[in-house]
Design a protein around this ligand. Structure first.
Ligand SMILES: Cc1ncc(COP(=O)(O)O)c(C=O)c1O
Length: 152
């Protein structure tokens, strides 16, 4: 929420089922009414609700994003701690046009102090690389900047 605020963006909460995840009906209503640019979801082993969205619902979410031509930011930070084997699919695995930005980190598997993460940004690669370059430069050049403590 702090990162969203710092970027002068607004967030809208979408009702979510504790077993199957984000309500696609509610999301579609919101998409019809607001100029939404991206969906941020933690669809696998969600914390605190505990759900993992079923594969077919993950694919439907992806198709919905496609039909409204928006991005999905998939926070997969808990995906590797699933009890299931093989681990549940990502939304990214349905992505054929690069609109899903899949990100994760070692914070929930190895150690939170590592502060090492990764992203597969699809078609947003250049933008993400630029933002990372700028935010890392800010931290080096302005050690007291608010970005100093961000995980960007
Ligand atoms: C759901 C979720 N996504 C992302 C992060 C960010 O991970 P990191 O600590 O590697 O910045 C956290 C951190 O706890 C988290 O809980």
């Amino acid at each position: 929420m702090q990162a969203i605020k710092a970027a002068n963006l607004k967030a809208m909460e979408i009702p979510t089922h504790p077993e199957t995840g984000i309500s696609l009906e509610a999301l579609e209503l919101a998409l019809d009414q607001w100029p939404i640019k991206a969906i941020f979801v933690t669809p696998t082993c969600n914390n605190p609700m505990g759900y993992t969205m079923p594969d077919d619902k993950k694919e439907q979410l992806y198709r919905l994003a496609q039909s409204y031509d928006i991005a999905i930011i998939e926070d997969d930070i808990y995906g590797d701690i699933s009890y299931q084997f093989p681990r549940p699919k990502t939304i990214k695995s349905f992505d054929t046009d690069g609109r899903v930005l899949l990100c994760s980190s070692f914070s929930k598997t190895i150690a939170p102090g590592m502060r090492v993460g990764w992203i597969a940004p699809g078609r947003y690669r250049d933008k993400v690389t630029h933002i990372k370059y700028v935010s890392s430069s800010m931290c080096r050049c302005f050690p007291n900047s608010p970005l100093q403590n961000s995980s960007a």
